[in-house]
Design a protein around this ligand. Structure first.
Ligand code: FAD
Length: 397
């Protein structure tokens, strides 16, 4: 069997894996990243919406090559059709660009390759390798051939369906109320406002989740839905709700579907521990994602970057133990944990509200002076007018 030796092996060439690979390789570490699919970034499993603010933080310069549409703002629509429209100056921390995700992911992988990382496509991790109990690498099938890759540290960047962390003994399966089942159509021949991302909420529209319309230009958009898995009675429920909405919406009902995307999003707080001896878990694999929006591209990029930086330090000290990897836990928790936890609590509460209350909330926030609109500021207004909704996590608001 063919074997490889390197400093760091990364499973998954999504944003988390590629960012980790770039920072490891930049630090001079011998880095291999493996990807099971035949093409990075495809098939698409994303609504492609991101805010702009975090890109600079992770050293990514906006590039027209992967920006499909630049948003002027966002609209939130309540069950009875009350709307709350936000301009980009106010909604900038939640909306910004609609990406060409397949090009974005490839650009990040190209950066990793330029920094010196080796990328192995069509290479699927099948297990981890332990010697005398110590994690020393991974087993994989590369173009159908079994291989082994030995490394000082394994980075699990294998996304929502992550198995690497589980093979390494970490429990990662979310509860049913912390999973959204999603389906999305790329629709054309539709008449939505191409300047605004739209979010539609309500129990009869998207139980426990939301429906989105993210413009892609040329009278097209990503029109999708996430429904809480616990509130799905049948596997086809998300499609049922999406089709029902489209049929009843004048702007969409003559639309044609160019692409169908399915996928799952975790909506829990991150894992209790995203490290172990010789193992770091990043992005969706670590459940580090915004539980309200299901947005995880920026979280994956941040955690990938943190992992790369910490691994560079560990390599200098020749120590990849859980204790040595602790700065990674500190970095992601300091930057994101409070917000993720707060948004998780908010998601749990929003899920308990009836449609009349959701209508009321949208009316209240649309007539309040919120300043910059983000989940935190919205919750502040809700805390004043509907304290019950935020009971139990007021101190985080
Ligand atoms: C329908 C849908 C809509 C979404 N919309 C948005 C959005 O608008 N904005 C946003 O920010 N986020 C969105 N997300 C979430 C976002 O896609 C993820 O948070 C993000 O992709 C996480 O990046 P990652 O690198 O952690 O994982 P991924 O991007 O999932 O990358 C993981 C990679 O690992 C590979 N892999 C998995 N297992 C193996 C294996 N055994 N061996 C080798 N390779 C493996 C996969 O093929 C994949 O390429 C959406 C998700 C879904 C499902």
């Amino acid at each position: 069997m063919k074997t490889y030796n390197c400093d760091i092996v990364i499973v998954g060439a999504g944003p988390g894996g590629s960012m980790a690979a770039k920072f490891c390789a930049q630090a001079g570490l011998d880095t291999i990243i493996i990807e099971k699919k035949a093409e990075i970034g495809a098939p698409l499993r994303c609504a492609e919406g991101v805010s702009k603010k975090w890109l600079e933080e992770v050293g990514i310069a906006p590039d027209p090559a992967w920006i499909c549409a630049d948003m002027a703002g966002a609209v939130i629509r309540s069950p009875s059709g009350y709307t709350f429209q936000l301009d980009e100056s106010k909604a900038g921390s939640e909306v910004g660009y609609v990406l060409e995700r397949h090009l974005f992911d490839k650009a990040l992988a190209r950066d990793a390759a330029d920094a010196g990382a080796k990328i192995m496509m069509r290479t699927s991790c099948t297990d981890v390798i332990r010697k005398d109990g110590k994690l020393v690498g991974i087993k994989a099938k590369s173009m159908g051939e079994p291989i082994e890759i030995y490394a000082d540290c394994v980075v699990a960047a294998d996304g929502y369906e992550s198995q690497v962390a589980r093979w390494a003994g970490i429990e990662t399966v979310p509860k049913m109320n912390d999973i959204d089942t999603c389906i999305q159509y790329r629709m054309s021949n539709i008449d939505i406002d191409q300047q605004y991302c739209e979010f539609v909420i309500g129990n009869d529209i998207a139980p426990g989740g939301y429906l989105w319309l993210f413009p892609k230009g040329n009278r097209s958009a990503n029109v999708g839905i996430g429904v809480m898995a616990k509130r799905c009675k049948n596997p086809g429920d998300p499609k049922y709700y999406l089709d029902k909405f489209i049929a009843g919406d004048e702007r969409l009902k003559n639309g044609q579907i160019l692409e169908v995307v399915g996928g799952m999003v975790s909506t829990c707080p991150g894992l209790d521990s995203a490290t172990d001896d010789n193992l770091i878990i990043v992005g969706d694999a670590a459940r580090i994602i915004d539980p309200i929006t299901g947005g995880g591209i920026c979280h994956a990029c941040r955690t990938g970057m943190y992992a790369g930086k910490v691994l560079a330090d560990c390599a200098n000290k020749k120590d990849f133990s859980k204790a040595a990897l602790k700065p990674y836990e500190k970095m992601w928790r300091d930057r994101m944990e409070d917000k993720i936890y707060r948004n998780w609590m908010a998601k749990e509460r929003l899920n308990e509200l009836d449609d009349d209350t959701i209508d009321d909330l949208i009316k209240i926030i649309s007539t309040s002076d919120i300043g910059e609109v983000n989940v935190y500021n919205l919750l502040k207004v809700i805390k004043e007018k509907y304290p019950k909704v935020v009971e139990g996590f007021e101190d985080l608001i």
